[in-house]
Design a protein around this ligand. Structure first.
Ligand SMILES: O=P(O)(O)OC[C@H](O)CO
Length: 367
């Protein structure tokens, strides 16, 4: 499925779970016709219960509810929660259940995160359904209305009907109800690992074309050699290049260490690197001039080479300004990594980075 730029969209940013969780629950509660829900990581707990309660309320009032989960990402979802959904009439399908005879295929996961309400509005971002969000992790969601929603409908429906998903056989109606909703230009970009690396290609192209700024925000910074080269070259052209990476309370310390191994050459090239301190941040987006890409995709080899991912790209000075404002705020709450101090870090730290990078390189090399 190739997607095009669509004009006439309304796009809003919902930063922080304190804002987007109530907004998503309200949208589910106000749905009149359909809710299509796609998620990677879902664990039984308080956050999942709140979402499932809302989905069950919707199904009971006659709304068509379809839930598409990654079979590995949903392994922490208990049978009781699954039964609650099916008893209420919610159709549930799983992507790529584990198969012994196709071991490598098991590594391909559906990492997309989206909620489509009434085939009229889509919500996407980095959020998962885990209790980590109870006031602790930072993340963000974007809400999009308008012609771009049609592509998200096709995205969901194609996977729902594909032989790569298993479960309830319920139908989905593909007709979009999205109308003109604003003046923003947007498009859906979706990856299917290295077989269809569209998000990666689009990101690389924008980095090459950037003339003013390249700001990258990510919890997991495991860039390929090519991405590191492009970032370094952008800084070499005199562009304002910044990386904002999760620091304090990181949920995967090994990934954090492996990413730190790349700091030295980037700092030398003039890239400014910040590690966010107040709490763990799980948001993922990139701003290149007035272009923004935001969604499920991390800047690591899992997202860029293995997973199914979906991002919204937006070409808008206003939207870029809004996200840049958030980036600036978070920079102010971050530890700037200073080149000189970094080059003098301890031997023990360097050894830990090296070991973590070896594990990560091995994983990247699996493909
Ligand atoms: O893969 P993500 O970006 O949804 O993050 C999931 C968390 O890392 C789980 O610890």
């Amino acid at each position: 499925m190739d997607t095009e730029w669509r004009s006439g969209n309304g796009i809003d940013l919902l930063p922080d779970s304190r804002r987007f969780v109530p907004a998503l629950l309200e949208a589910i509660d106000e749905a009149e016709e359909s809710i299509w829900f796609e998620q990677y990581l879902v664990e039984s707990g308080r956050v999942t219960r709140r979402f499932f309660d809302a989905l069950i309320r919707a199904a009971k009032r006659g709304v068509e509810v379809r839930v598409l989960l990654d079979s590995f990402g949903a392994s922490g979802l208990g049978q009781r929660d699954r039964t609650r959904l099916s008893t209420a009439g919610v159709a549930l399908r799983h992507y790529n259940p584990f198969m012994m005879r196709r071991l490598r295929r098991n590594l391909v996961r559906n990492h997309r995160k989206l909620i489509l309400v009434d085939r009229r509005v889509v919500y996407t971002g980095g959020y998962c359904l885990t209790d980590d969000y109870l006031g602790d992790w930072f993340d963000l969601v974007v809400q999009a209305e308008g012609p771009v929603v049609e592509d998200w409908i096709t995205l969901f429906a194609d996977l729902w009907e594909s032989s790569r998903t298993r479960g309830d056989r319920a139908q989905v109606e593909r007709r979009s109800l999205g109308a003109q909703a604003g003046g923003m230009k947007a498009r859906l970009m979706h990856n299917e690992g290295h077989r269809r690396p569209t998000i990666r290609c689009s990101l690389h192209q924008r980095i090459i074309e950037a003339t003013r700024r390249l700001w990258l925000y990510t919890p997991y910074f495991l860039p390929s050699r090519q991405l590191r080269r492009l970032i370094t070259e952008a800084a070499g052209r005199g562009i304002d290049v910044r990386l904002l990476i999760a620091g304090e309370g990181h949920d995967h310390p090994t990934v954090h260490l492996a990413g730190q191994r790349h700091y030295g050459p980037l700092l030398e090239a003039g890239v400014r690197i910040y590690e966010y301190q107040p709490r763990f941040t799980h948001a993922k987006f990139c701003i290149a001039d007035d272009w923004v890409t935001v969604g499920s995709c991390n800047f690591d080899h899992w997202s860029l080479h293995w997973n199914l991912e979906a991002n919204l790209e937006v070409e808008s000075a206003d939207f870029a300004r809004t996200l840049a404002g958030l980036f600036d705020e978070h920079c102010a709450d971050s530890r700037p990594i200073q080149g000189r101090a970094w080059s003098q870090r301890s031997r023990a730290q360097r050894t830990r980075e090296h070991a973590a990078a070896m594990v990560s390189a091995w994983l990247a090399g699996l493909r």
